[in-house]
Design a protein around this ligand. Structure first.
Ligand SMILES: Nc1ncnc2c1ncn2[C@@H]1O[C@H](COP(=O)(O)OP(=O)(O)O)[C@@H](O)[C@H]1O
Ligand SMILES: [Mg+2]
Length: 282
C-alpha cells in the first residue's frame, strides 16, 4: 500500500497572533517498499508532515490514505488509530531522550505491552529486535543511560522495530552520530527495506539521499518543491533549497558533459560509476 497525501494543510497555534502554517496544501505519494527521503530547510515542515502520517497530528484540511487507514481533519473519523500506529511507526529525532526504563530489554519491550503482549513475550520480541540492531545479550540488563550515544539510538530504534511496523519513518536518524554509528543505522535501514519495509527518512545529508533513497521529496516553505528521483533533483536547480549536491554526482556529471557515456540515474556510489566506466569505455 502506498501512502497518499492529498491537499494536506497544518497550522500551529491556530487563531493566535503566532499562527504558523507548517504545511500548505501538500499532495504527495510515497511508494511502497522503497526508501523515500524528505529534505528541506529547518522549519520547512518535514517533522510536521511525518507526524500526520500516523495521526499524531490531525491535519486542518486534506487527508492521508494508507491502504485501509485514513487520517483526516475530523479526528473522530480517524478510527483504528492504534492499529495505524502499529502500521506506520515513527522514530523521532534524538529518540534516545525518550529512553526511561531501568534496563535495555525493558525499554524495548515497553511499546509491545501497549499491543497486548505479555511481559515474557514482549521481552522475547525485544531480544529479537535488539539482535537486529546489533546489540547482543550483554546489553539486555544494562541501563540504557550508561550506553554510548549510538548505542542508545539503536535501543530506541529497536523499540520501534519490535512492534514490526510496515512503514518506518525516521526523523534525522543519523543526526549527531559519528560515521561508524551512522553507518550502523543506515545498514539497518537498508536491511529493513530489503525485508519489505517502506522507509521514510528525513535527512539533511545529500550523500545519504544519493546512496540510499529511491525517491526524494523537497519541502520548502511548507510546500512540496520537488518530488522525484535523486538524480533529477541534483541535476536541476537547487539554489533555493540549501542543498549541497554530492561531489560524486557533480564529478559523474562532469564526465558525462565531457562526452563519456554515463547514466547519472543509476549511480549511487563510486563503485557504480566505476562499473559504468569499465563497461562502456573498454
Ligand atoms: N509545536 C509547535 N508549535 C508552534 N510552532 C511549531 C511547532 N512545531 C513546529 N512549529 C513550526 O512549524 C514550522 C515547521 O516546523 P517543522 O515541521 O518542525 O519543520 P522541520 O522538521 O522541517 O524543521 C516551523 O515554522 C516551526 O517553527
Ligand atoms: Mg524536524
Amino acid at each position: 500500500m502506498s501512502i497518499k497525501i492529498e491537499n494536506l494543510s497544518y497550522v500551529y497555534l491556530k487563531k493566535t497572533p503566532n499562527e504558523v502554517k507548517a504545511l500548505d496544501n501538500v499532495s504527495l505519494e510515497i511508494p511502497e517498499k522503497k526508501i523515500t527521503a524528505i529534505v528541506g530547510h529547518t522549519g520547512s515542515g518535514k517533522s510536521t508532515l511525518i507526524q500526520t502520517l500516523n495521526g499524531l497530528l490531525t491535519p486542518d484540511s486534506g487527508e492521508v490514505t494508507i491502504g485501509e487507514f485514513k487520517v483526516t481533519s475530523k479526528a473522530r473519523k480517524n478510527k483504528r488509530i492504534k492499529e495505524l500506529r502499529k502500521y506506520v511507526s515513527i522514530v523521532f529525532q534524538f529518540p534516545e531522550y525518550q529512553l526511561f526504563e531501568e534496563t535495555v530489554e525493558k525499554d524495548v519491550a515497553f511499546g509491545l505491552k501497549n499491543y497486548g503482549y505479555k511481559q515474557e513475550e514482549a521481552i522475547e520480541k525485544a531480544h529479537e529486535a535488539l539482535k537486529k540492531v546489533g546489540l547482543d545479550e550483554s546489553f539486555y540488563k544494562r541501563s540504557p543511560f550508561e550506553l554510548s550515544g549510538g548505542e542508545k539510538r539503536r535501543v530506541a530504534i529497536a523499540g520501534i522495530i519490535a512492534i514490526d511496523p510496515e512503514v518506518l519513518v525516521l526523523d534525522e536518524p543519523t543526526a549527531g552520530l559519528d560515521p561508524v554509528g551512522s553507518k550502523i543505522i543506515l545498514d539497518l535501514i537498508v536491511e529493513l527495506n530489503k525485508n519489505g519495509k517502506t522507509i521514510i527518512l528525513v535527512t539533511h545529508d545529500m550523500d545519504i539521499v544519493m546512496k540510499y533513497a529511491d525517491h526524494v521529496v523537497v519541502i520548502n516553505d511548507s510546500k512540496i518543491a520537488f518530488d522525484g528521483v535523486p538524480a533529477d533533483l541534483f541535476d536541476g536547480d537547487v539554489s533555493n533549497y540549501s542543498i549541497e549536491i554530492p561531489k560524486l554526482f557533480t564529478f559523474s556529471k562532469m564526465l558525462k558533459e565531457k562526452g563519456l557515456d554515463i547514466d547519472l540515474k543509476t549511480i549511487r556510489n563510486i563503485d557504480d560509476l566505476f562499473v559504468q566506466l569499465k563497461e562502456r569505455h573498454k
